[in-house]
Design a binder for this molecule. Structure first.
Ligand code: NAG
Ligand code: NAG
Ligand code: NAG
Ligand code: NAG
Length: 439
């Protein structure tokens, strides 16, 4: 009985928070922001690039039939039947990117025409209260981000992302372990999202460590979704989106084997974003392409092909999968400059301390006269010069990956992260591919 009273009290507190938030929202959100809705993301503006004609059939997923993206355009763009594609209108595809608030790239410089959704990265829950810690820095950066994005055309939806790599995962583990702490966390996310005018909330817990964490994560998704539905109904506002960045595959096979809670993801999330990168890095003593679409090694699970396939096989509808694309590469120091392929022995980190942004890679390649190689087997690029080796994605591999996403009828893709591109070279590929195949 005592616990029942406690729960009632919790509900009252939540109810009060909602009322309080509803009041603040009416003044916080300018009325001209379009209503968020998963099924009708902001329509993309007509492409600023001429579309080359009839839509093209998605590439075959077989690694053997991958066309060489460096081959002349007609191979890649060859028109096929103009029959309507099962894919919806291009504007349905999600083209998202994270904006790390601590990076130097200013929100004012974001070209929203390449995106449908942008994430503010990141806020963290306080390790003892589980309420979001909106630091003094965030209090300046969030309004700047929201203000800049909402002022731009086309209108892009904004999500508040919570977590991020390198943070203490046990805070999330404790937070999800009881109904009460979940409720405190959830209400705090709604309050912050509404106060600043976000269209949704996103969880990037890296990573749930065991089966218990995973089952509690399911409870969090369920409770969070319910709170968002109730809050929207009560306030007469469109529901906040609920999304989650997840491991590239639906299961972890190392340490304690564990699977994401597929049923809860299907029921309660608008989409999940598998982070299809970091398969290899300078923590290994051989070179590798860290976001390979395919891995020719027998039984290898380290590929986007495997990861995305595992999510679909586990039962997540493909249109709820938003595939991760890295705007950065990983670097090594070669043991022997003459042995410089994928899998070559390496003895440490390469330029940039093991990681370089795409724009830095292009500059590096030019400055150092690096040799650039497209590897058709993995669908990735690498470059090397002297004892430096970099594995990364460039225009050709990104196009093929976007076509792969279409061929699987995924919900879309996202980039980590804004500011790492070179003059929107990679960011604009989705729009270019829209011209030839419909998402
Ligand atoms: C909130 O974030 C600030 C800035 O990072 C930090 O100094 C402070 O300790 C954090 N507060 C809590 C309770 O975690
Ligand atoms: C599960 O992992 C968390 C860390 O995320 C840890 O604190 C907890 O003790 C683990 N629980 C079990 C049952 O192993
Ligand atoms: C790389 O590391 C593995 C084990 O971590 C070791 O067996 C192997 O000999 C190492 N290779 C080189 C070239 O150092
Ligand atoms: C690959 O997996 C299959 C099926 O599990 C197994 O029979 C085979 O031995 C594996 N091959 C290698 C090289 O590990």
């Amino acid at each position: 009985m005592a616990s029942l009273n406690f729960i009632s009290l919790q509900i009252l507190v939540i109810f009060y928070t909602i009322i309080k938030n509803c009041e603040s929202i009416s003044t916080a959100i300018p009325p001209n922001i379009p209503a968020p809705s998963y099924n009708s993301p902001v329509p993309a503006t007509p492409s600023d690039l001429p579309c080359p004609g009839p839509e093209e059939e998605p590439i075959s997923p077989s690694p053997l039939s991958i066309p060489d993206p460096l081959a002349p355009a007609p191979d890649f763009y060859s028109p096929v039947s103009p029959a309507p594609s099962p894919f919806a209108h291009p504007s349905r595809g999600i083209k998202a990117a994270y904006w790390p608030s601590s990076d130097a790239f200013p929100a004012s410089a974001i070209d929203t025409s390449y995106f449908t959704h942008l994430y503010y990265a990141f806020l963290l829950p306080d390790p003892t209260t589980y309420k979001l810690n909106v630091t003094q820095y965030d209090q300046i950066k969030i309004p700047e981000f929201i203000g800049e994005i909402h002022a731009k055309k086309p209108h892009v939806k904004t999500l508040l992302s919570i977590g991020g790599g390198g943070n203490d995962p046990t805070v999330f583990s404790k937070m999800v372990s009881s109904r009460t702490t979940r409720a405190i966390f959830i209400e705090s996310t709604i309050e912050v999202a509404r106060n600043y005018g976000f269209h949704g909330v996103d969880l990037d817990w890296e990573f749930p460590a065991n089966v218990t964490d995973m089952s509690n994560l399911a409870l969090l998704y369920k409770q969070w979704h319910k709170a968002l539905v109730n809050e929207a109904r009560f306030c007469g506002k469109p529901r906040l989106l609920l999304t989650s960045a997840v491991y590239y595959a639906s299961k972890f096979i190392f340490d304690e084997p564990r699977s994401y809670p597929i049923e809860a993801i299907r029921k309660y999330l608008d989409w999940v974003s598998p982070m299809c990168f970091d398969y290899h890095g300078s923590w290994e003593n051989f070179t590798g392409v860290h976001s390979a679409l395919y891995d020719p090694n027998i039984n290898s699970t380290l590929s986007t092909y495997y990861g995305i396939g595992s999510w679909i096989q586990a039962g997540v509808p493909p249109n709820k999968l938003v595939m991760g694309l890295p705007l950065y590469g990983r670097t090594w120091m070669l043991q022997n400059p003459d042995v410089n392929g994928i899998g070559a022995p390496a003895i440490g980190v390469g330029p940039g301390g093991g990681e370089l942004d795409y724009s830095q890679i292009l500059d590096f390649n030019i400055e150092k006269y690096a040799t650039v190689v497209f590897d058709g087997e993995t669908v990735a690029y690498y470059s090397y010069v002297g004892d430096s080796w970099i594995g990364y994605d460039d225009v050709g591999s990104v196009r093929l990956k976007i076509q792969f996403a279409r061929s699987r009828q995924l919900g879309g893709y996202f980039f980590w992260a804004l500011g790492k591109d070179k003059d929107w070279t990679i960011s604009r590929q989705g729009k270019l591919v829209d011209c030839i195949t419909l998402f």
